[in-house]
Design a protein around this ligand. Structure first.
Ligand SMILES: [Cu+2]
Length: 301
């Protein structure tokens, strides 16, 4: 019993001595430098995550307002980029999906916390819509997207585009869809080759930004569309609805279509399914006689 007591006492003494040494070390550190010693670092490190956790809602996507010319005051994201709503989105399903070529052009405004209301934005109108990509910000129930082809704050190239079963419009601070359309950019490329001899052989037609080229070709010419822009387009026969004559399919940046051979004379209107006929449309004039005895067109796919 006595031995146990001594041992206990010795341990206590040892611990006390260690405490004194520790205190001396701390004192030495404190006196040797005015900068915080490593021993003070842990409290700082542990307090940082705590602050982040308690202010989590502040990480949500910010929606604010900006004035966009004739469109007036509209909703924009934290970077000032114009926000749009697609009218064919419903409360339960987005018409702009990862499988129909929409998302590369119209990225949804996603948030990882409660969306934040900037100046001019009514916080109670903000909400979220759960989609496969995450929580999309809504305003007065309207899903919000950016247009990938808007390059700077103030750009409203997406305004009024009809695509994916609905119309893309900017949204006012009161939550209304703004229907007016700004003066559109050139909707078709100039007919630069109109007076030139029709092309033949294989023609590669470049798509840049929102321009499909008017083509003058001879019967038997093969056309390949190459997307030299940064966003997805199509070259689809028709005037807003595919008429089934030919279709490049969705062409992402840098992609080329399959070869499409025009064996029948005539004039064809084609457009981009992503951005709509009003924004992207052009014509193909095919001159000459049919090369096939039947006279039927063969369009290579
Ligand atoms: Cu397009």
């Amino acid at each position: 019993m006595l031995g146990f007591g001594n041992r206990q006492s010795r341990l206590v003494t040892g611990g006390f001595a260690a405490a004194i040494i520790g205190a001396m070390l701390i004192a030495a550190c404190s006196s040797s430098s005015s900068t915080p010693m490593p021993t003070t670092a842990p409290p700082t490190a542990t307090s940082a995550p705590a602050n982040t956790a308690t202010s989590a809602p502040a990480t949500g996507a910010l929606v604010k307002t900006a004035t966009a010319g004739a469109l007036g005051s509209i909703l924009v994201d934290a970077n000032g980029m114009t926000l749009y709503h697609l009218s064919s989105d419903t409360a339960t399903a987005a018409a702009c999906t990862s499988t129909n070529g929409c998302l590369p052009n119209w990225p949804p405004l996603l948030t990882t916390g409660a969306p934040q209301a900037g100046p001019g934005v009514t916080a109670s109108l903000l909400g979220t819509f759960t989609r496969p990509e995450g929580a999309q910000v809504t305003y007065k129930g309207n899903t919000l997207y950016r247009a990938a082809f808007d390059k700077a704050p103030g750009d409203t190239k997406g305004q009024g585009i009809t695509a994916f079963g609905g119309k893309w419009t900017v949204v006012s601070p009161s939550g209304d869809l703004v229907q007016s359309t700004p003066a559109p950019a050139a909707t078709t490329a100039p007919t630069a080759a109109a007076t030139a001899a029709p092309a033949s052989g294989t023609v590669t037609s470049s798509i840049v930004d929102f321009a499909l080229q008017n083509l003058n070709i001879t019967v038997g010419t093969t056309v390949i569309w190459r997307n030299d822009g940064g966003i997805t387009h199509t070259a689809t026969s028709g005037k807003g609805t595919p008429d089934g004559t030919f279709d490049s399919g969705f062409l992402n940046a840098g992609q080329s279509s399959k070869a499409i051979k025009f064996d029948k004379a005539g004039t064809f209107t084609y457009y981009c399914q992503v951005h709509g006929a009003a924004t992207m449309s052009a014509t193909i004039t095919v001159a000459g006689s049919p090369t096939s005895s039947s006279g039927a067109g063969a369009y290579g796919y």
